[in-house]
Design a protein. Structure first.
Length: 209
């Protein structure tokens, strides 16, 4: 079941259409609203995909990262050049001190695709990439108390191999951030599903030298 779906979602138009059909775009818009970004802010978007929500951003300095060459090619063609920078590189320590400090780091629909080890690493690097007062926000499919059968099925069958309970996501975040809060969002999409939206501030790690 998953192989045909992954093949389908590699098509940018189909991916964006499905996101909007099920209402997943609403989750991303809600995250952007939470950040209340302003003109002049610097944003690092890890796992940006085709960045179909870019037009909802104010005039920010934007750096998008994704491992899909198709998604990045689409994003570059539509939003690149002077408006934004897109890369198929994996965001990591090599970008610290090269990119400007970020007012916001977006991890939208990403952590439930990463192992605990990889999530720890990414969250640590994200904490080091922030400007003073900067924020990280994530949203991921989760297992939540009280899920109905359809919602639970959606979590069980998500493309992500590391769907977790909220407490597990939060525990990973608290290794890199002193201030972590979150909530289960189960009304944003058009199909029953549970997502954990998490806000992270106050890094506990000293920036890499």
């Amino acid at each position: 079941m998953l192989a045909p779906l992954k093949s389908l979602l590699s098509n940018v138009s189909m991916y964006v259409a499905l996101q909007k059909a099920v209402g997943a775009d609403r989750l991303r818009y809600r995250c952007l609203d939470e950040l209340a970004l302003r003109d002049g802010d610097t944003v690092i978007d890890v796992g940006c995909g085709p960045a179909y929500y870019f037009d909802r951003l104010p005039k920010v300095t934007y750096f998008g990262f994704d491992t899909s060459e198709r998604y990045i090619a689409h994003a570059k063609a539509r939003y690149g050049s002077e408006r934004a920078s897109f890369s198929t590189e994996i965001f990591g320590e090599q970008h610290l001190g090269v990119l400007p400090p970020a007012n916001a780091v977006l991890l939208l629909g990403l952590l439930h695709h990463l192992s605990d080890e990889d999530s720890r690493h990414l969250l640590r690097v994200a904490s080091q990439a922030l400007a003073p007062g900067g924020r990280v926000i994530s949203v991921d499919t989760c297992f939540a108390p009280g899920q109905n059968r359809i919602s639970r099925w959606m979590s069980d069958n998500d493309r992500g191999e590391f769907v977790r309970e909220p407490a597990a996501f939060e525990a990973l975040a608290r290794e890199s951030f002193a201030d972590v809060s979150g909530e289960v969002v189960d009304t944003a999409t058009r199909v029953p599903s549970a997502h954990w939206m998490m806000r992270m501030t106050s890094p506990v790690h000293v920036a890499a030298a």
